[in-house]
Design a binder for this molecule. Structure first.
Ligand code: HEC
Length: 172
């Protein structure tokens, strides 16, 4: 086998050229949407994005699912009056604007990681959500600030709600 004996300076300049070439290849590769979001969104902006794609507004923002126009962000997450009825009774989506206003970020992490089976809530998804995303959700809701009134009290099983409600399958 032949041995190459390159002068040190040449080796260094070859390595630099190689590094630059790799750099070029890397930077010309288009980023996926997920990578872009990861890079660009942090804190409040990330929280807004995560909340939207996780569908929290569907239940926690009045008229979000039925309205023909987009509900302004200022009115998001003020709680719902549509009851969800199951074997656990009837529960109403909490006003997260008031709840988060009275809860620390760390307590939110503890709550979000509890797996519960007594409501239609996103309790399956939240424990799997990353700490970064959970914190971002909290920061966004805090940024929106307190608004609205508390959701109706939950009703025990067997009591028929006075207002609108849906029969909701129990989580499994
Ligand atoms: C299918 C409707 C639905 C969706 C979607 C939903 N929730 Fe809820 N949520 C509820 C209902 C109903 C309650 C009240 C019953 C309960 O506490 O589990 C509730 C309660 C909560 C509570 C209060 C829990 C407590 O112990 O006081 C938090 C916090 C919450 N939701 C956050 C979220 C977040 C964040 C999302 C999005 C990831 C979300 N919810 C998506 C229906 C929903």
């Amino acid at each position: 086998m032949r041995e190459f004996n390159l002068p040190g300076q040449l080796v260094v300049s070859l390595l630099v050229t190689l590094a630059m070439t790799i750099g070029c290849v890397e930077s010309s590769k288009p980023l996926s949407d997920a990578e872009l979001k990861n890079q660009q969104l942090s804190g409040i902006d990330r929280g807004r994005y995560v909340l939207e794609i996780m569908g929290c507004n569907d239940c926690h923002t009045p008229d979000y699912m039925t309205s023909k126009i987009d509900i302004p962000e200022a009115d998001w997450l003020t709680g719902g009056s549509l009851g969800f009825r199951g074997s656990y009774g009837t529960v109403y989506p909490s006003n997260l604007r008031l709840l988060f206003n009275n809860m620390s970020e760390d307590n939110w992490l503890v709550l979000a990681r509890q797996m519960r089976k007594d409501s239609p809530m996103a309790w399956v998804m939240l424990p799997k959500t990353s700490e970064q995303d959970l914190r971002a959700i909290y920061q966004f809701v805090k940024y929106l600030g307190p608004k609205g009134t508390s959701a109706p009290e939950s009703l025990p099983p067997g009591v028929t709600p006075q207002g609108s409600y849906v029969d909701y399958p129990d989580p499994h």
